[in-house]
Every structure is written in C-alpha cells, then in structure tokens.
Design a protein around this ligand. Structure first.
Ligand SMILES: C[S@@+](CC[C@H](N)C(=O)[O-])C[C@H]1O[C@@H](n2cnc3c(N)ncnc32)[C@H](O)[C@@H]1O
Length: 577
C-alpha cells in the first residue's frame, strides 16, 4: 500500500485556528503593601463566584486586586464564571450562537431582527429576556435605513443597560457593575473622543429621546452614563474561542478585579470544556505557574509578545497606568527587542535605536556593527506589518507579498525570532499561507507554512512561559501542519541531505508531527486548565495524536511487508508483478 494511501484517512483540515489570533504571557511585580477591601462585603452577595481562597485587597499602586490566600499550582482553574454581559463582534454574528458563543454551520436566525443566530430554540429561549430588547433596537436601526450593525461594544453596553433595568439598581448584579473601576474623572483628552462616541451611539441604540428616559435604567444623569462607558472601557474583556481567535466583548466584575502584569501568573481563557450552553461562554482563570500564599493574581491585558514601549503605550492609552511589573523593570536584554550576538556566542544585543545606536552582546560584550542595517530593517518591517495587517482580508496576496519580502530582511539583519516586528510578521505570514492553502494544498506552500509555524513557535517560546495558551496553540498548529498529507512528497536524498532537510518528508515528517502534537497537548493541558483536557483544541489534538499513532504503526507494518516482498522476490520465492 502506498504511503499516500496509508495517510488518506487523515483529516485534511489545516488549522485548529479559525482566522486571526491575539494576545500573551507571565509573573508579578513585588507584592505591594495591601489591605483587605472592606468596601466589597462578600456577605452582601458580591463576587460570590470568587472562591474562599481568593481575597479582594487593595494596593497603593493598582487599587483593588485579587490575592491568593493559599498556594496554587500551574494549570489550576482558579475560578470560572459566566460574564455579566457579552456580545459577539459583527463579523461573528452569522457564524456563532449569540447565547453560548459556539460556532455552527446550521444556526437558526432570529426571524424578527434577522441579525443574530442561535444553535437552537434552547439557546434562543435562554437569550430571549435580553434579546427581546436588543431585537427591537436592531429592528429600529434597520428601519432607519442604517446599513451597519452597532459594534459589539455598543451591543454589550445595551445588554448591560437592559439587564440593570430588569434587575434594579439595588441588586447585587447591578452593584457589581457599578463597583467596577471608572477612569471618568481622570480621562485624558485622547480617550475623551472614544468615550463620547460610545455614549452617543449607546443613547441612539437604546432609542432614548430625552435625558429623563435614562431614569428607567436606574441612572439619574448623563454623567452616570459616561461613568458606565468608562467602566466598560477599563474593564471589558475580549471573548476568544478555544484557539484564541477573538469572538466579541464581555464584562465580568470578578475577573475585572484582577490587575495586570506583562509577565502574569494567570490567564483568562474560554476553553469550552463541556459546560452546558446555559453556562457558556464560560471564562476560566487559570494559574500559569506556582502561586505562593499571599501573592497577587495577575493577568495580562495586552499582547505581551510586544516590546516594552508598545506595551506601555497600549496600557497608558486604554487603562491609564504605567506598568512597573518585573518584565518592564528588568534591565537585562529582552528577546522582544534583540539581535543575536555578531560573534554568535549565543548571547543577544539590545536592538539599537536612533537615540542609542551603540549595542553590545550582553554575554561576550562584542559590539554590534551593522546598526544601520538593523534600524532600517526594523523600520521597514514595522511599515510592512502595518500595511499587511490592514490588507490581510481585502488583499491577502499583497499582504503575503509584503510578509514574504520582509521576513528575510529582518532575519538577515540578525534579529531574534521573538523580536518585534519579526515575530508578528512571521505569525501573520503563517496565517496568510494557511488561508491560501485551504483549497488544494501545494507542497511548496505547505512546507513554507511549516517553516513559518516553526519560527513562530520558536519566537513565542523565547518570550512566553511554558504552558501559556498562545504557546500551546502555536505548537498545536505546527503539529497539525506537519500532519497534513503531503501532496507531492519529495524523493528521498542521501542520508546527509535528509538530515539537513526541513521540513522532512514521509514517515520522518509524520513522526515529527506526532512528537509536536504530544508536546502541544501537554502545554494545552496547562494553559487551558488541567481539568479541561486542554479545552476543545486539546481534545482535537488528542484525537490527532491517536490517529497518527495508529497510522505510524500501520505504516511501519506496511514497510515491513514491502521489504519482505522485495526480499522474497530477490530470493525467487515470490514473483513481483
Ligand atoms: C480591570 S481594572 C483592575 C481592577 C482595579 N484595580 C480596581 O480597583 O477595580 C484595571 C485598572 O486597574 C489599575 N491597574 C491594573 N493593573 C495595574 C498595574 N499593574 N499597575 C497600576 N495600575 C493597575 C488601572 O487603573 C487599570 O485601569
């Protein structure tokens, strides 16, 4: 039996990821002096979803936060909670259920607003108490001749308003929302425009025609509405699918109590680990490493694969603070902004800047000579990344041309695979090739996708903690690509050629796929919660591992039989036709 036939049973789908991907990594700054927060009395039914071993305390630097009273271990689910409010982003409305956020090929559309979809009548009925208001608002918008659907932020804010109207302002639900941190008083001019736009759009969406109508939502003035918008912006959380693809916006007061670190000790994921549709989308806070008693739980609000200047800008613009975490204060060279040592000693030099062009290897002190080349490569790499990101859906071929041209320029300048913008370009390149492959795979493109995925996995491995969900997903993607049927496997070369060839072909490739998927599964079991079996992607990886193990076993047997045939033919015992 041919090798191709033996592999024919293998699933052809190329990727676990549906499209674009987000965010990142790891630990905490020195624990500041904190006090138990008495303004949030648990006895009044606040934050009842927070387990007893976690405690709300305040620190002078970051306000309220969550502290662990006992030791937690990596992969431990610290707590799980359904968000107070959630809304799918516009481009997911027809591909995902608006109640449970699950994907579906056969979703049922709401016949009234014709905008939102559900798995079935169970999901539709669960969502109806809120959707009945949303449905009227969406119909009103459509009747006004407006083509565009309000953004997920506006629809999520709308859901918060209708729910607070239903629950009443004295309810625990509403008070938890009202206790969220607001930056309305210290809003910089740069954020004012966004907040004003959101507030005006929300008023239009709710169909309010006079300021007095706001009273029915338990608010007394426009200032209350502005405060809600500020709370929303500071505390909103992106819902992702089990492969970390963004799906929409959500607000959860208990999860929003967690402060930020660029090197967090916990992550928030949506593993879809067999919760009922009524519980989904279920947010789970997972420990990424050992957490000591009296240590603060910290997650990352932003993509921590980015270098410090970009992280600080993102945190200042949206969350109005300057991060002083361990990673931001660390004076040693960071692979996110580094060039390999010119003497190849294994050390790194900080990426030179216009202001500071002298850069030395932090290990052997060799001076980086090609600073101009590095500066130029990083500058044009950033321009190409911005352009390719903007073009990735409208003109993917042009976007791929940009990533194809720029990656070798950055690599030959010597920047590390985790360096910005090389890592971001590599990940985008991988996504663009996978999108191009998903009709009929072409061997050269498939190999290029494997190479991009290998580089992206190496880059993420340099900057993210073991078990980080992004690392697990990247490794799973690499394994999946290696396991795809080769449309035109290359003829084997000499032993020396084969040793150097990457990606390998044939059985060697399959063995590497198996190894990679086994490693991915171990990381996914960590990052998506030890009790969640790595979430949906982890379970799919496990199925692929079982399939590959079976296939490799069969293949070995097939080769054995073929060799036996040849031997017997050689001795004249059997006739080979
Ligand atoms: C989602 S809230 C976190 C909970 C918040 N500390 C509270 O009291 O409700 C985000 C806000 O907390 C503060 N914050 C979070 N992490 C911080 C950090 N590492 N350093 C300083 N402030 C931080 C900032 O004001 C930020 O806008």
């Amino acid at each position: 039996m041919s090798f191709a036939k033996l592999k024919a049973v293998r699933e052809a789908k190329l990727s676990y990821v549906t499209s674009d991907t987000p965010q990142a990594s790891q630990e905490s700054s020195a624990v500041p002096s904190q006090v138990v927060d008495k303004s949030v009395p648990v006895s009044e039914n606040f934050h009842t979803t927070i387990p007893d071993y976690l405690e709300i305390r305040t620190s002078p630097t970051s306000g309220r936060g969550l502290w662990s009273k006992q030791a937690c271990h990596p992969g431990q689910v610290l707590f799980a909670v359904k968000p107070h409010a959630a809304a799918l982003s516009d481009d997911r409305l027809d591909s995902h259920c608006s109640q449970c956020f699950g994907p579906g090929d056969n979703l049922k559309r709401c016949t009234k607003c014709q905008t939102v979809y559900y798995c079935d009548s169970t999901c539709q009925n669960l969502d109806w108490p809120l959707h009945k208001h949303e449905c009227l608002a969406l119909q009103r918008i459509a009747a006004s001749g407006e083509n565009s659907i309000p953004s997920d932020a506006i629809r999520c804010l709308g859901r918060i308003m209708w729910k607070r109207q239903k629950q009443g302002s004295a309810s625990a639900w509403t008070r938890e929302i009202d206790l969220l941190q607001s930056h309305n008083q210290d809003l910089p001019a740069s954020a004012y425009e966004l907040h004003t736009h959101l507030a005006i759009s929300l008023v239009r969406y709710l169909g309010l025609s006079s300021p007095s109508e706001i009273a029915s939502f338990g608010m007394s003035s426009g200032a209350d509405l502005a405060n809600l918008v500020s709370r929303f912006v500071t505390n909103t959380f992106t819902i992702t699918d089990p492969s970390l693809t963004p799906l929409g916006a959500s607000v959860s007061p208990p999860v929003a109590l967690i402060n930020h670190s660029c090197d967090p000790n916990a992550v928030v994921v949506f593993p879809r680990a067999r919760a009922s549709p009524a519980q989904e989308p279920l947010m789970q806070v997972i420990a990424l490493r050992e957490i000591a008693p009296n240590e603060e739980i910290l997650t990352a609000y932003i993509d921590t694969t980015l270098p410090k200047p970009l992280r600080q800008t993102a945190l200042r613009e949206t969350y109005l603070f300057s991060c002083a975490c361990q990673l931001c204060s660390d004076p040693t060279v960071d692979p996110r902004e580094a060039v390999w040592c010119p003497k190849a000693c294994g050390g790194m030099c900080p990426t030179p800047t216009e202001e500071n062009s002298l850069s030395r290897c932090t290990k052997c002190r060799a001076v980086l000579q090609k600073t101009e080349e590095v500066l130029d490569a990083v500058r044009i790499g950033q321009q190409a990344l911005d352009k390719a990101t903007a073009l990735q859906f409208s003109d993917p071929a042009k976007a791929r041309q940009l990533t194809t041209n720029l990656i070798p320029i950055l690599a030959s300048a010597g920047v590390t695979p985790a360096s910005h913008p090389l890592l971001a370009l590599t990940r985008l390149h991988q996504a663009l090739i996978i999108a191009a492959l998903s009709g009929a795979p072409i061997q050269e493109l498939l190999d290029e996708a494997v190479i991009a995925a290998t580089k992206a996995t190496a880059g993420l491995g340099l900057v993210l903690r073991y078990g980080h969900p992004m690392r697990g997903i990247a490794r799973a993607e690499l394994g999946k690509l290696l396991a795809v049927d080769e449309p035109a496997p290359r003829a084997p070369g000499s032993a020396a050629e084969e040793a150097l060839r990457y990606p390998p072909s044939g059985a060697k490739r399959l063995r590497l796929a198996l190894e990679t998927l086994v490693q991915a599964r171990a990381e996914l079991n960590f990052g998506f919660g030890a009790t969640n079996e790595g979430g949906l992607v982890g379970r799919r990886v496990r199925e692929d591992v079982v399939r590959l193990e079976r296939e490799l076993g069969v293949w070995k047997k097939g080769v054995g039989e073929a060799l036996q045939d040849a031997r017997e033919a050689g001795t004249g015992k059997r006739t080979v036709i």
